[in-house]
Design a protein around this ligand. Structure first.
Ligand SMILES: CC(=O)N[C@H]1[C@@H](OP(=O)(O)OP(=O)(O)OC[C@H]2O[C@@H](n3ccc(=O)[nH]c3=O)[C@H](O)[C@@H]2O)O[C@H](CO)[C@@H](O)[C@@H]1O[C@H](C)C(=O)N[C@@H](C)C(=O)N[C@@H](CCC(=O)O)C(=O)O
Ligand SMILES: Nc1ncnc2c1ncn2[C@@H]1O[C@H](COP(=O)(O)OP(=O)(O)OP(=O)(O)O)[C@@H](O)[C@H]1O
Length: 458
């Protein structure tokens, strides 16, 4: 279906309402969205409550968070028709908030617009109005403490779990959805029982049905959803810090020379905007930051490569996520394999991935996209072109020093001009991206781990 036709046929999208349904053990938020003339959509978000907790739904902060969660959920339904007018009936937004949400939607849907050839601007893609009231309710009398650690199941969250293990008594791991690798990762790091918080998020099946019929579909900013969901959870559990594992490398755009970034809601720009919004409009008790923000993917991998006890558990592959396996064919699998090849031997890589990707010539296109030989990066959560090249150069040197034959993709790489540019490059363990919001006491933990990794690998 053509986006212009759909936009014309369905001009109005409504966020009618959100309802907090609460029992002694559970808090559920039920949303009501509608594309006028097409359908209502009623997704839900469900969270187990801590034992002995009071009625959270009476708190202003919980109502404001639940409303905001709906503001980010709605984008998955809005994208079916890209309706011009979006009317929010169940909450109030001032002009700054309206601009804030439009910026998030526009950048977070950058890949969706690009791949569907939708040439709208941030000014004209949507007219957002809010005609409801600001959330009211009791103020929260508690003082929050401890860490909530959202876990995705890949190497990055393992590094955060490891960095924060000294504070374990005051930590909770948090997983959205039934993601087996994430649940097993948290468990492997010792987070079980009440310290493993799981949230259920349902997608309205009518949206999935419209997808099948050919309505518009594409990437949505899942990490922005994770930001709101984890902060709501931090409020319910009285946790002060929400410690994400997004890295500096996420800031690089996917499409060369443009701002289109698959990982927009993992960027520092989003993190800063989000924390400002949170403290101004919702709560100043929760501090959302990414613990790994000062680091590159290669630095993170240097730490993860030392955590051998987790090598059989972690899964970074989004394709095989539901079956808890590495698909062995996607950009993320190849990217993680290249990163680890800078530190681990070929047989260790085979044990992890059960696929010999570096000898698989069908991976050459993805390999060229990751290195920058081709202009655009794959639409996946992968690191910068530069660090991919540095990892390959490091691995080639290790192979040559030990007299091990080079895998086919690295043999091919040696014949490209990229090899000449990168052949002597190595990881700078002490590199520290200053664009971060990591509290000083946590930064110290990262420095210690980096030094340890440097001692092991040098
Ligand atoms: C697509 C997505 O975000 N999936 C996350 C979701 O998985 P779920 O099982 O609920 O849905 P899917 O089977 O993946 O999708 C079914 C259809 O529904 C549409 N859809 C899905 C989610 C959504 O928020 N909006 C939608 O419209 C979709 O278009 C399909 O037609 O929840 C899981 C946790 O419960 C996440 O783990 C799933 O994330 C996937 C692994 C995934 O690949 N996500 C990509 C968006 C992705 O690239 N994720 C990045 C984050 C990038 C970012 O900008 O935030 C990453 O994981 O590194
Ligand atoms: N289903 C989820 N539940 C809770 N938090 C999540 C979920 N998916 C992702 N996150 C959060 O977003 C961060 C970034 O996601 P991403 O998938 O890039 O990281 P990862 O799974 O930790 O590692 P990798 O980059 O190797 O996949 C995670 O580290 C985690 O903090």
């Amino acid at each position: 279906m053509e986006w212009k036709d759909l936009k014309g046929k369905y001009p109005v999208f409504c966020y009618h309402d959100f309802a907090i349904i609460e029992s002694d053990t559970e808090l559920q938020v039920h949303f009501d969205f509608e594309i006028e003339g097409l359908s209502h959509f009623n997704p839900e978000f469900t969270l187990k409550k801590p034992e002995g907790s009071v009625n959270a739904g009476n708190l202003r902060v919980v109502r404001e968070m639940a409303f905001s969660l709906g503001m980010i959920e709605l984008i998955s339904y809005w994208k079916l028709t890209c309706s011009h007018q979006v009317i929010v009936e169940c909450g109030f937004l001032d002009q700054k908030q309206i601009a804030w949400w439009k910026h998030l939607y526009y950048c977070g849907l950058g890949e969706f617009f690009y791949r569907n050839h939708i040439d709208l601007t941030e000014e004209n893609f949507m007219d957002l109005t809010a005609i409801g009231e600001r959330a009211i309710g009791e103020e929260d009398p508690r003082t929050y403490h401890g860490n909530l650690i959202p876990v995705g199941g890949g190497k990055d969250s393992f590094v955060s779990l490891e960095l924060l293990k000294g504070m374990k008594a005051d930590n909770d791991a948090f997983v959205i959805g039934r993601v087996p690798s994430a649940i097993h990762s948290a468990e492997a790091a010792g987070y079980t029982g009440v310290h493993l918080i799981q949230a259920e998020r349902s997608l309205d099946p009518r949206m999935l049905e419209f997808n099948k019929q050919g309505y518009l579909n594409g990437h949505t900013p899942f990490s922005a959803l994770a930001a709101f969901a984890s902060c709501l959870t931090a409020v319910i559990y009285g946790r002060k810090y929400v410690c994400l594992s997004n890295e500096a490398s996420a800031n690089e755009s996917t499409i060369h020379g443009s701002k289109v970034n698959h990982q927009y809601s993992k960027t520092f720009e989003f993190e800063q905007n989000f924390t400002r919004y949170l403290s101004r409009y919702v709560t100043d008790q929760v501090h959302y930051f990414s613990l790994l923000r000062p680091l590159s993917e290669l630095q993170i991998t240097s730490i993860f490569a030392t955590l051998k006890q987790y090598h059989s558990v972690f899964r970074s592959c989004n394709v095989g996520q539901k079956e808890e396996k590495w698909c062995g064919h996607c950009a993320k699998c190849l990217f993680v394999c290249i990163m680890l090849s800078a530190f681990l031997k070929d047989e260790d890589l085979l044990n992890i991935f059960h696929a010999d990707m570096l000898n698989d010539e069908t991976m050459q296109d993805l390999f060229e996209q990751l290195t920058g030989i081709l202009d655009d990066k794959p639409f996946e959560c992968v690191g910068t072109r530069e660090e991919v090249n540095v990892a390959i150069a490091m691995s080639i040197r290790h192979h040559e020093a030990s007299g091990t034959p080079l895998p086919k993709l690295y043999e091919y790489y040696k014949g490209t001009s990229y090899y000449e540019s990168f052949r002597n490059r190595t990881l700078d363990y002490q590199m520290w991206n200053r664009e971060n919001q990591v509290p000083a006491e946590y930064a110290e933990l990262i420095h210690e781990k980096l030094n340890e990794a440097q001692r092991i690998w040098n």
